[in-house]
Design a protein around this ligand. Structure first.
Ligand SMILES: [Zn+2]
Length: 435
């Protein structure tokens, strides 16, 4: 592989670089005011082969070149990060988090190599806080946000949670106006709550024409629509409405009451439970998801945690459910479905903000290759957060969110826990003191 797309680069970025800079790059010379990360293995986030001795050239906020290091001449005055023995990747994106309006939390994410988080539901009043991109003059992870969650009047999640998360629309007109309102307020994507009941109580849900009007209005503005869909029974509605992304793994009813009544009369309860979890509906719905180009954000770590552990009596049943959820994701992936990685991080109930290694390992368990896991947390994550044209890959023209980690994450995913340097928006945001 030689200098990647240098010819294209000079044309496409002529306005950004000015002719002199474009000429320099075409000759393999790095402009003097660039920031360079050189001699590391470069993984660009698209699942293409790594470059073993690569270079990423950054100027201003953007990447201007990616290629093999020996194709470029770097003069001594150019600011350079030597990444020998290390791996250079797009900044990791957590595509599904909550409670990240606080720049303090986002600084912690950034230091761990997570350069952007996508908040999948926050009160409307918090929306301006996501714009805050510094803390005490230090950069913080980008706060991408859905703002509040679109739902039916009186619907979940606020019908139970009561945290001012709902943005309620009751008619197709209200849905269209609501989309325009949220987009004008600067949300990065839209989140819709499709959840039929809590425990045994049913709640109103966005369906039919209202949901379709919402999705159409969003698509007219080029905005991605994601649905919280944990229940298999509503997946078809989401598909019919043409949503872009499904968050969580849609499952058959797994509540205690449901399971108890189902298993009470069973002679082989574990086998019956396995059959219940891997419902026949998936045979039709998984291919439909893939045909429609719907991306799945399985939030496996959070989902599986709910079904692991329990009392010794329950443990075998919980293990069957947990393996069943993993199997659904495995089938989706095997058939060619696209996955983006999100954790469902929540400051109120989870651990500290950081590199989502647990979620990555769950996806490896579900059969993704390491390269696919990395793509799920970079290129695909950027897409589901409404930033596919700007973030998530190391390619000329993209915003320069780049991390350097010690070792090779393709061989050992734990390398992502050893972050040596973080560049956000073209600025060195964090680096280990010894480097
Ligand atoms: Zn969530």
């Amino acid at each position: 592989m030689s200098v990647r797309e240098t010819g294209f680069l000079c044309v496409a970025l002529a306005g950004l670089l000015g002719p002199a800079c474009g000429d320099l790059l075409a000759q393999g010379r790095v402009p003097p005011d660039a920031l360079v990360i050189a001699h590391g293995q470069v993984i660009d986030g698209t699942c293409s082969d790594p470059i073993s001795d690569g270079i990423v050239v950054i100027r201003g906020q953007r990447i201007i070149a990616v290629g093999e290091a020996d194709a470029f001449e770097i003069s001594p005055e150019v600011e350079t990060i030597d990444a020998t023995g290390m791996t250079v990747l797009p900044g990791i994106i957590d595509a599904h988090v909550h409670t990240t309006a606080s720049p303090t939390i986002r600084r912690q994410f950034l230091e761990a190599g997570v350069t952007a988080v996508c908040d999948a539901g926050s009160p409307l009043r918090d929306l301006p806080r996501f714009e805050q991109d510094r803390l005490d003059d230090m950069p913080v992870a980008r706060g991408l946000s859905a703002g509040p969650i679109m739902t039916a009047p009186g619907g979940l999640p606020d019908a139970v949670l009561r945290q001012n998360l709902n943005y309620e629309v009751g008619t197709p007109d209200e849905a269209r106006e609501g989309v325009l309102d949220l987009v004008d307020r600067g949300v990065d994507f839209l989140k819709v709550y499709l959840h039929p009941r809590h425990r045994q109580t049913a709640y109103p849900m966005l369906v039919g024409e209202t949901l379709a009007a919402l999705v159409n209005a969003a698509h007219e503005r080029g905005v991605v629509v994601r649905t919280h869909t944990t229940e298999l029974e509503v997946l078809e509605r989401a598909l019919d409405a043409n949503v872009d992304v499904i968050d969580h793994v849609p499952k058959p009813p797994l509540g205690r009451v449901t399971l108890a009544s189902m298993l009470a009369s069973s002679e082989d309860p574990l086998a019956d439970l396995r059959e219940h979890v891997l419902a026949p509906e998936y045979e039709v719905l998984l291919p439909r998801l893939i045909e429609n180009g719907v991306v799945l954000v399985p939030t496996l770590g959070a989902d599986l945690a709910r079904f692991r552990g329990g009392s010794p009596d329950e443990a075998p049943f919980m293990a069957v459910i947990s393996e069943g959820i993993l199997e659904i994701v495995r089938r989706f992936h095997t058939k060619g479905g696209a996955i983006a990685r999100g954790t469902d991080y929540n400051a109120d109930s989870g651990g500290p903000p950081g590199m989502p290694l647990i979620e990555m390992k769950r996806l490896l368990e579900a059969g993704l290759t390491t390269a696919e896991v990395l793509q799920a947390g970079t290129q695909r994550a950027a897409y589901v957060c409404g930033q596919g044209a700007e973030l998530g890959t190391l390619e000329p023209g993209m915003l320069a969110d780049v991390i350097v980690v010690d070792g090779d994450p393709i061989e050992d995913i734990e390398a992502l826990g050893r972050v040596v340097a973080v560049v956000k928006n073209g600025e060195i945001a964090f680096s280990q003191p010894e480097r």
